[in-house]
Design a protein around this ligand. Structure first.
Ligand SMILES: [Zn+2]
Length: 141
């Protein structure tokens, strides 16, 4: 694999953030594959597609669960039963919101990589924190 010469080019490690003009195919810091600008953009496209599929899957699953639980709540025999089902529904929506934010962070970091040809690991955490804070605010309103 390392028998043919590789031109020195700006290469980026998507795992640890190593970014230098090198001719290596693997990261000198962590050993993972490193990518040229084009490679980083292609990975960004994959991340974007993966994120979109993820979001659609979570939305579909959430709609399905809401449909089932809401159906149960309508048929609840007592107020307590209906309230506990509403709580279940709320917890499920909260969890699916966190899964949704994961999908969105794949979409956002994919777009970032396509535009800037470098990764942004902050997006993952910012998206999740933003969504969790948003959900807590909704809960208390
Ligand atoms: Zn690395």
């Amino acid at each position: 694999m390392k028998n043919y010469p590789v031109t020195a080019e700006l290469r980026t490690c998507l795992s640890c953030g190593f970014r230098k003009v090198v001719s290596a195919l693997n990261c000198p810091r962590c050993g993972r594959p490193i990518f040229t600008k084009d490679g980083v953009r292609k990975k960004g496209v994959l991340s974007l597609i993966f994120g979109l599929l993820w979001v659609f899957a979570v939305l579909g699953l959430t709609a399905f669960i809401v449909f089932i639980v809401a159906g149960l709540a309508v048929r609840a025999k007592s107020r307590e039963e209906a309230e506990s089902q509403n709580m279940t529904l709320f917890i499920m929506l909260f969890i699916s919101g966190i899964f949704l934010s994961l999908g969105f962070s794949f979409i956002f970091s994919g777009i970032w990589q396509i535009i800037f040809a470098k990764p942004n690991h902050l997006i993952l955490w910012l998206t999740i924190i933003f969504v969790v804070i948003g959900q807590i605010l909704i809960f208390f309103m």
